[in-house]
Design a protein around this ligand. Structure first.
Ligand SMILES: CC(C)(COP(=O)(O)OP(=O)(O)OC[C@H]1O[C@@H](n2cnc3c(N)ncnc32)[C@H](O)[C@@H]1OP(=O)(O)O)[C@@H](O)C(=O)NCCC(=O)NCCS
Length: 183
């Protein structure tokens, strides 16, 4: 019975994606409540992406002319907030924990002479982003890396590293094969 209900929910989710002009490149999965999607740009959702939400719904905004791409097999946990004004790319098999915020724009200018800072974000494959992490405009996170809970990323985090703190700094490195996928 549960399997049947999940199947129906996933079918409705596919329709919901269609209605929001999300190009769903395979099957998407929802465990709990599905994300609120407001897509005015281009949103590519890979195959086998799972949205899990039992407490706070995930919210995804893609602005006009912006491009969001979520790779195959990604896992997006409760209450994630993605605001894409320029471009956000998330590689395959990346895990995004509860209440993570990905903003590729600062939304407001710091002072009159300065433009609003907006720059695309690139997150590699098999990355694990811990709970309550913020990833700010212009950031890049390399393949297989881990961002420790509560960190704020602004800048470049190299592949196969663990970064923590505010601003996030590399604290350790990770040894793994390139085809390794974190459980
Ligand atoms: C980063 C993490 C995975 C631990 O990795 P680890 O390799 O076992 O690291 P350690 O526990 O050995 O800690 C290494 C150092 O980083 C520090 N550290 C660990 N997590 C930290 C964090 N979130 N913020 C700041 N510093 C942190 C430790 O205090 C330690 O510092 P020290 O060397 O001065 O003692 C873990 O702390 C973490 O943040 N997990 C995220 C959990 C989560 O969000 N889950 C959501 C479910 S999807």
């Amino acid at each position: 019975m549960k399997r049947y209900l999940n199947k129906i929910r996933n079918l409705f989710f596919a329709r919901y994606c269609q209605a929001n002009k999300v190009s769903l490149l395979g099957r998407g999965y929802v465990d709990g409540r599905w994300p609120v999607i407001c897509n005015k740009g281009a949103f590519h959702l890979g195959s086998g992406v799972c949205f899990r939400s039992f407490r706070t719904r995930t919210r995804i905004d893609v602005f006009k002319d912006a491009r969001l791409s979520i790779g195959d097999g990604c896992f997006i946990n409760d209450g994630v907030n993605i605001c894409c004004s320029t471009g956000i790319t998330i590689g395959p098999n990346t895990k995004i924990a509860d209440w993570v915020v990905l903003y590729d724009t600062d939304f407001h200018a710091v002072e009159p002479s300065e433009p609003v800072s907006s720059e695309s974000i690139t997150i590699g494959k098999n990355v694990w982003i811990g709970a309550r992490v913020m990833v700010l405009p212009g950031s890049t996170i390399g393949d297989h890396s881990v961002i420790a809970a509560g960190a704020i990323v602004r800048g470049h985090i190299p592949a196969r590293s663990i970064a923590a703190g505010i601003p996030a700094k590399v604290i350790k490195s990770i040894t793994c094969e390139d085809d390794w996928v974190r459980s």
